[in-house]
Design a protein around this ligand. Structure first.
Ligand code: UD2
Ligand code: MN
Length: 344
């Protein structure tokens, strides 16, 4: 039902920089602003402005649907550069999905499944179909050296799988580092034209609960579950000045995991790929491979959304009280058995 109460016109900035909601001529109106999509090579801001009014179409919501969130007092829900820090209880899932649905974004999920890691694809894909951006358009880009082991999975409407070839590797470190390279190349060749938002994820993961549009932003990073309660001196940043991933002592906001990233990502991957190539030339490998480069990138290019460790937990660890929902969790695996060069 529509609401026709007269409310003085005002602008309410909600959740992210991506849209505003305001009251105009007795209607709630959404306005989307979207900048620097993956197709904008030179990052010239492309202002996309969509205005919608009225009440009753599909994907639309009314004021009655807005549940006031009580928020969270036990955790920090905003960064010190004023970006949302997303926790269960700080957003309304129905409202935020409906808002992003207006854009009907195309979402790309890139995963590497090299060597024995193809065994994780079935669980990853099946659980993603249940919980990851349900009702949104999603393409899974699977980078593998082993096409015939990619399982056939039943997908929802608007969702598909694209398989891309990558070479086999003899060191797991090379696979992890190569993510930046394959991502950069595939985005450039193909994905840029096919997707608005990109995710890169570890394939040895299972979705257990809703992972929705609250995760979308130009640059979304996930707090590493092991370091969200420690001080920055305990972050495992690259501390050797000879590596391009170097972060000086007394700098750093958070330690982010490399196992889930979202956003436009193109610039980030290009940067990290270049940095890791420089390191290789200088015969140095960053302490946590691409994770180290990504952490350095994010120190100087702040994420527009930070996602709590709900967005990547691990079956290795107990779930503490502040993690009210585990949305996706890394599996316990036998490192020595699954990796080409064993655990080390
Ligand atoms: C939770 C977390 O922080 N995860 C990070 C941690 O991961 P993990 O210890 O979980 O590393 P991992 O073995 O899962 O490797 C990361 C990903 O690379 C792919 N892969 C790896 C090896 C292989 O032989 N074949 C293959 O396909 C696969 O998609 C896998 O999920 O450390 C890695 C190496 O620094 C990465 O930074 C991961 O993101
Ligand atoms: Mn992993």
């Amino acid at each position: 039902s529509c609401h026709h109460t007269i409310i003085p016109s005002f602008i309410l900035k909600l959740f992210s920089n991506d849209f505003i909601l305001h009251f105009l001529n007795n209607y709630w109106v959404f306005s989307f602003f979207s900048f620097c999509k993956p197709c904008d090579n030179n990052r010239e801001p492309e202002l996309k402005f969509v205005e919608i009014e009225g009440c009753s179409e599909k994907g639309r919501w009314t004021i009655g649907d807005l549940k006031m969130q009580t928020g969270r007092t036990d955790v920090n829900a905003v960064t010190n550069w004023n970006a949302p820090l997303v926790w269960e209880g700080t957003f309304d899932p129905v409202v935020i999905d409906a808002i992003y649905k207006r854009l009907d974004p195309r979402v790309a999920v890139m995963v590497l499944a090299v060597g024995k890691y193809t065994r994780f694809l079935k669980g990853f894909l099946e659980s993603a179909e249940k919980y990851f951006l349900v009702d949104f358009r999603v393409t899974y880009y699977i980078f593998t050296d082993n096409k015939q082991d990619v399982p056939k999975i039943e997908l929802g409407t608007g969702r598909k799988i694209t398989v891309l070839d990558v070479p086999s590797a003899t060191r797991w470190q090379d696979v992890v580092l190569s993510r930046m390279k394959w991502a950069t190349i595939a985005i450039d060749k193909q994905i840029r034209n096919e997707a608005d938002y990109l995710f890169m994820m570890d394939v040895d993961s299972i979705f257990h609960s809703r992972f929705g549009a609250e995760s979308l932003s130009p640059l979304s990073a996930v707090l590493h579950r092991g370091y969200y309660k420690t001080t920055r001196n305990d972050f495992p940043y690259e501390r050797r000045g000879t590596s391009k991933a170097y972060i000086p002592p007394d700098e750093g906001d958070y330690y982010y995991t490399a196992a889930v990233w979202g956003g436009y990502l193109e610039e980030m991957y290009k940067y990290c790929y270049k940095q890791s190539e420089e390191d290789a030339k200088n015969n140095i490998e960053a302490v946590w491979q691409e994770e180290s480069h990504l952490n350095r990138y994010l120190l100087y290019n702040k994420p527009t959304k930070v996602l709590s460790p709900e967005y990547l937990w691990a079956d290795y660890d107990q779930v503490p009280e502040d993690i009210r929902v585990v949305r996706i969790s890394q599996l316990v695996k036998n490192y020595a058995e699954v990796r080409p060069n064993g655990g080390q």
